[in-house]
Design a binder for this molecule. Sequence first.
Ligand SMILES: Cc1cc2nc3c(=O)[nH]c(=O)nc-3n(C[C@H](O)[C@H](O)[C@H](O)COP(=O)(O)OP(=O)(O)OC[C@H]3O[C@@H](n4cnc5c(N)ncnc54)[C@H](O)[C@@H]3O)c2cc1C
Ligand code: FES
Length: 243
Amino acid sequence: MKRDKSTILENQMLADGIYKMTLETPECAFTAPGQFAMLEVPEKFLRRPISVSSYDSDRYVLIYKVVGDGTKKLSRMEPGEKISSLTGLGNGYDVDTIPDGCTLIGGGIGIPPMLGLAKSLVIAGKKCRVILGFNTANEVFLVDEFKNFTDDITVMTADGSYGQKGFVTDAFDTLDYACACGPLKMLQALDGKVRKGQFSLEARMGCGFGACMGCSIQTKVGSQRVCKEGPVFDKEVLLWETL
Ligand SMILES: Cc1cc2nc3c(=O)[nH]c(=O)nc-3n(C[C@H](O)[C@H](O)[C@H](O)COP(=O)(O)OP(=O)(O)OC[C@H]3O[C@@H](n4cnc5c(N)ncnc54)[C@H](O)[C@@H]3O)c2cc1C
Ligand code: FES
């Protein structure tokens, strides 16, 4: 974890209510896709957690959806402004244990960390297939960016206005291994169709670095903090009935 004061390079709308913020930092603390930052938002006591979408040595990209006052304030910040944050938080995807040819599944605002994961897999010499799920066409974002890392991309929309009609679970019968990030209902639906994999969870967070226990969940291996042992877990340890 690193305490960071980054400079906003861009903060632009990608789709309906979805923004991309690129930040410049003297030293980037992210070491794995799926990690997150806790951002200090003006006039807000608690920092807001946002997953890293991609990163390199001196910059990182966060993609967020405006859902409340904090993210609305974030969307109004301008290039050149500085933002304080904690970066390099959490346990991200373990690229070493992901098999070649793995399927990456993202739903809605769970899609951005999948882009960083696709990039890391390509760097590790592994191929991947990508399945992206949205509600409707005007919420679609990042599809072109995934084309830098794979030709095998399926886009599903619930209303059929872009790509194929249906949910991400309609795009395949069963999978031996998948990495996923998205709404809890999507992850639960995937659980029955995916044998093994790494799933990213969300929880309301206080500190974001393991101190307050506010994000604890029960798993098959005991109590785990979503911010510290997660947000990415082996799906086999999750106890869905407690989430
Ligand atoms: C590890 C982690 C990674 C995340 N990554 C991203 C990301 O990459 N992009 C992104 O847009 N969002 C992400 N989120 C969710 C994001 O943190 C919340 O949407 C944000 O904090 C809401 O702040 P707000 O002040 O705008 O909304 P608030 O005013 O705090 O809340 C507005 C609404 O959003 C809901 N909400 C707030 N926080 C969460 C949460 N953690 N999970 C589910 N619902 C919530 C509230 O219940 C309420 O209905 C992530 C959350 C976690 C825990
Ligand atoms: S948010 Fe404080 S321990 Fe996870």
